[in-house]
Ligand binder design. Structure first.
Ligand code: ZN
Length: 221
């Protein structure tokens, strides 16, 4: 029986990955992180989408990022401008959370070991991505090697969206049969805004994440 764990934030990318995994593996589980992000609404959406797609959803709470407070994406920094540059790393956006994916993937790897899952699927993307160095292929490959080495495991990371544009991700979600679900239930907006439904989905329409999604939708159509 083939099995996979999807690192699931309920965003457009990871929801597409979840459908992709469900169409390819016999058994699929999801893991979602509550790291006191501003847009914690995504945790509610993750539970909802997991229920709709009938997959287990394991939620992990991580306090350390809020304690460090080193990103405008965190609830403790509500008032910081999410569209600005990162205060300590001017080349990166303010929404960058140092070592977030290293932490997420390490915990996902431990959970996959416990559950006996062979693959970890992540929606990382280096084409239309937000400028995060921990979303690049060489980083995940090297982490995969370290984690397997340190635990005598052979778990493989997969990232089906790595070279896709946002428009191509919309197309893939259509092919995998979840385009409507993406529009209605996935959540991308950094500001956690679900008050207005646009043709591309819910969001403030102005944060970097909404702009990426909105432009991708235009190109897709
Ligand atoms: Zn937004």
């Amino acid at each position: 029986m083939s099995s996979a764990l999807v690192v699931f934030s309920a965003g457009q990318d990871s929801t597409t990955c979840l459908a992709w995994a469900k169409n390819r593996y016999d058994h699929v589980e999801t893991i979602t992180f509550d790291y006191h992000q501003k847009h914690s609404i995504e945790i509610e959406q993750a539970k909802k989408i997991a229920t709709i797609l009938n997959v287990p959803n394991y939620i992990v709470t991580i306090d350390i990022f809020a304690q460090l407070g080193d990103s405008a994406l965190l609830d403790v920094n509500k008032d910081q401008d999410i569209s600005a540059s990162h205060h300590a790393k001017p080349n990166l956006p303010a929404s960058f959370v140092p070592n977030r994916n290293a932490m997420f993937f390490t915990i996902a790897h431990a959970y996959a070991q416990k559950q006996g899952l062979e693959h970890i699927i992540t929606g990382i993307n280096q084409t239309d991505y937000s400028g995060y160095p921990d979303c690049r292929e060489p980083f995940v490959k090297s982490l995969e090697q370290s984690l397997n080495m340190g635990s005598e495991s052979n778990i493989e990371f997969k990232y089906p969206l790595i070279h896709l544009t946002k428009a191509e991700t919309f197309k893939l979600s259509e092919e995998e049969g979840v385009l409507e679900l993406i529009i209605d239930e996935s959540h991308t907006c950094y500001n956690g805004d679900r008050s207005v439904k646009h043709e591309w989905g819910y969001g403030c329409g102005e944060c970097p994440s909404c702009i990426l999604r909105k432009n991708g939708w235009k190109e897709f159509n």
